[in-house]
Design a protein around this ligand. Structure first.
Ligand code: S3P
Length: 448
């Protein structure tokens, strides 16, 4: 089945074949941490200063949501945000439904937080978010005593209704999801007793780390995290590192093209996010990690990539949750690699901003790639691409991944429906152009 684009108009990327990526690329701030910096600074007591905040549409929707709930937030120079928190008690119910755009993180984390604080609200989103599964958070939050109405099939909009205070639970998560884990922990922050989440695999732990930065005790043991209810957050200052998920397009582009030499300074290296580096290295990539340091409780480093010819691998399943957002880019690396790449255990890709297995398989086939999709992954046989038209279906990560395919293509590539690149990577086309892609943006109809 082919996934159809949610919109037929929007920005288009036109790419001529390119040969290598060179120079220095500074990627914008981490999206996951940017959302959390607003949520935690917004409920903390005192002034929180954030540097390196991602000024992308997703995290800005979260910022506007907290302004709508009465939190004073000022934006300074690039990436600077100051939140004047007055504690949880100062938050007021939003006067109108909160629109969270394309953001699953915004919706799922905010639902947990608001349910715990007993703030009634309706949360809505764009066509993509409105199709995404929310029962995965509504079920555990309901077990805690929350009352949340969903749309048909358990999808947004979500309406959080007033209830008695929530009660802590012990919950075993059926899927590896940091958003589900975080929604439950954030509800647990204001529930009675202790809330514990057990996970089936490692997922990003930015919630646990950043809450500690705000003075909250979070106990982590193996794949379990616990939080005691009734803890208050104290304001802090934090610097958001570059987003490794945004770096991934450049890591892939440079890794797979001999002649590339690219530096990416200040990239977040949280071990729950670095699967993309491990997978590319297994494929033969030359990625050097230097200047390792810790900023605001999160590891950060500079990355340097030297291009080579990659080879196909069976991606180890234990790396899937550590690289979950990077698979669209990794599919492109596999499409140009020598031999076959097999991805298994990655069924969560089907419930992201789009069904990323389907969109990448359709798009790479349209560009001349040899790829078979499977229920939980894909089999990709590497070759030169011929070029053509790939529909991103409005997904930021598929749009940027198809752009990198111009490095392994003999003919021009058109990528449709690229507006949502602004959700996570404003300025992508300019930055990619400066590094070596031959990319032009145009506005217009993308009728297919
Ligand atoms: C995120 C968690 C992941 C990831 C998303 C951001 C987060 O989603 O794909 O881009 O910030 O917690 P899941 O929890 O659905 O895996």
């Amino acid at each position: 089945m082919t996934q159809t684009s949610s919109s037929t108009a929007g920005r288009t990327f036109q790419l001529e074949p390119a040969i290598a990526l060179n120079g220095t690329v500074r990627v914008p701030g981490d999206k996951s941490m940017s959302h959390r910096s607003i949520m935690f600074g917004g409920i903390a007591q005192g002034v929180t200063e954030v540097q390196g905040f991602l000024e992308g549409e997703d995290s800005l929707h979260t910022l506007e949501a907290f302004q709508a709930m009465g939190v004073k937030i000022e934006r300074g120079g690039a990436g600077e945000v100051t939140l004047y928190g007055r504690g949880v008690a100062a938050l007021t119910a939003p006067p109108a439904p909160i629109y969270l755009g394309n953001s699953g993180t915004g919706m799922r984390l905010l639902t947990g937080l608001l349910a715990g604080m007993n703030i009634p609200a309706t949360l809505s989103g764009d066509a993509s978010l409105t199709g995404r599964p929310m029962r995965r958070i509504v079920d555990p939050l309901s077990q805690m005593g929350a009352s949340i109405l969903t749309g048909e099939n358990g999808t947004p909009p979500l309406t959080i209704r007033n209830t008695a205070p929530l009660t802590g639970i012990e919950y075993t998560c059926p899927m590896a999801s940091a958003q589900v884990k975080s929604a439950i922990l954030l509800a647990g922050l204001h529930a009675s007793g202790t809330t514990t989440v057990h996970e089936p695999a490692i997922t990003r732990d930015h919630t646990e780390r950043m809450l500690r930065g705000f003075g909250v005790e979070v106990d982590v043991s193996g794949l379990s995290a616990s939080i005691r209810g009734g803890q208050q957050l104290t304001a802090t200052s934090l610097t958001v590192p570059g987003d490794i998920s945004s770096s991934a397009f450049f890591l892939v582009g440079a890794s797979m093209t001999p002649g590339s030499n690219l530096t990416l300074p200040g990239v977040g290296m949280n071990p729950s996010r670095t699967g993309v580096i491990d997978i590319l290295r297994l494929m033969g990539a030359n990625i050097r990690i230097s200047n390792e340091r810790v900023t605001g409780g999160e590891p950060v480093a500079d990355l340097e990539v030297e291009g080579t010819r990659l080879k196909g691998i069976h991606v180890p399943e234990e790396l899937v949750s550590l690289a979950i957002d990077e698979f669209p880019a990794l599919f492109v690396a596999a499409a140009g690699a020598e031999g076959e790449t097999i991805v298994t255990g990655a069924e969560e890709l089907r419930v992201k901003e789009t069904d990323r297995i389907q969109v990448m398989a359709d798009g790479l086939r349209a560009l001349g790639g040899d790829i078979s999709d499977t229920p939980d992954g894909a089999i990709i046989r590497g070759k030169r691409l011929s070029g053509g038209v790939a529909d991103s279906c409005g997904d930021h990560r598929t749009a940027m991944s198809f752009s990198m395919a111009s490095l392994i293509s003999d003919g021009p590539i058109t990528v449709l429906d690229c507006d949502n690149v602004n959700t996570s990577f404003p300025g992508f086309a300019q930055i990619a152009g400066a590094a070596g892609l031959h990319i032009m943006e145009s506005q217009g109809s993308t009728d297919t």
